[in-house]
Write a protein that binds this ligand. Structure first.
Ligand SMILES: [Zn+2]
Length: 262
């Protein structure tokens, strides 16, 4: 007596024959196919297990061999501590690991030296180095005097370069070390020997002051402040005094700024 009138056409997963199943979950055409499939499954699992066991044995064999050697070549030293051969050489070059060079191909390493290296370099937490305390400062006036910069320049650079500052008696004091570093970075290349002053550029190329400065800025032309300070202060010009610009072909302005007289 059939428990169900449903007949589902399926394909046996073992023999590939078409058959009619009464349940969706039926996978095989017969009891024989079902038991054969089960046995096959067991066999596959057994083979997989053996493969894994063999692989583990092969992988650990060198390590087992190495563990019993008193001297190790560089490559095996790497296997022992789990790093590349290159890394072992780096340790040797850095003086962390003792090795003996017997020939270009023989560099035996004592296992005890490997262990000594590991013992002598315990992992320690790294602490941030305390920054050296700031003891020397520039006042705004000192900065203006020494470097010929404007007050607004000082505050702008102080902000963008994050230069430490303190207030003393209503005066701003800037870290000398930090500002010196900024100026050192701004020093032009010493190989540049020929310079135009801004005035010379105006004369030679018929440029206006602002044209000179925007040109120099646009093309990143090296500039420096002249040693000699001008004694007269122009009340009308807002341009900083005493800048010179690198003199070479690159300083020739593009045609649109060229007035034809050289
Ligand atoms: Zn079958």
């Amino acid at each position: 007596m059939s428990t169900s009138k449903i007949r589902i056409k399926k394909i046996c997963e073992f023999c590939g024959k078409e058959f009619f199943a009464q349940k969706m979950t039926t996978r095989y055409c017969s009891k024989t196919c079902s038991s054969r499939a089960y046995k096959y499954q067991l066999r596959v699992q057994r083979i997989e297990r053996t493969k894994t066991d063999v692989k583990v044995a092969i992988d650990t064999k060198p390590l087992n061999d190495i563990r019993h050697k008193a001297f190790l070549p560089v490559q095996e030293t790497g296997v022992l501590i789990g790093v590349t051969t290159r890394s072992v050489y780096n340790l040797i070059y850095a003086g962390a690991l003792k090795a003996t060079k017997l020939s270009s191909r023989m560099t035996p390493i004592r296992r005890s030296d490997v262990e000594a290296m590991l013992d002598n370099n315990p992992y320690t937490k790294r602490y941030k180095r305390e920054p050296a305390p700031i003891t020397e400062f520039y006042t705004n006036d000192e900065l203006r005097e020494k470097f010929g910069v404007s007050l607004s320049w000082i505050f702008k650079v102080g902000k963008t370069e994050n230069i430490p500052k303190v207030m003393r008696r209503g005066k701003t004091l800037w870290s000398k070390r930090h500002f010196d570093a900024v100026f050192a970075r701004q020093q032009p290349d010493e190989s540049i020997t020929e310079w135009y002053t801004a005035e010379e550029m105006r004369q030679k190329f018929g440029m206006t002051s602002s044209a000179v400065y925007s040109f120099v800025y646009t093309y990143g032309i090296p500039k420096k402040r002249s040693e000699t300070k001008s004694s007269t202060r122009s009340g009308t010009s807002m341009q900083p005094k005493g800048w010179s610009f690198r003199q070479n072909r690159n300083t020739i302005p593009p045609l649109r700024q060229w007035n034809g007289t050289v």
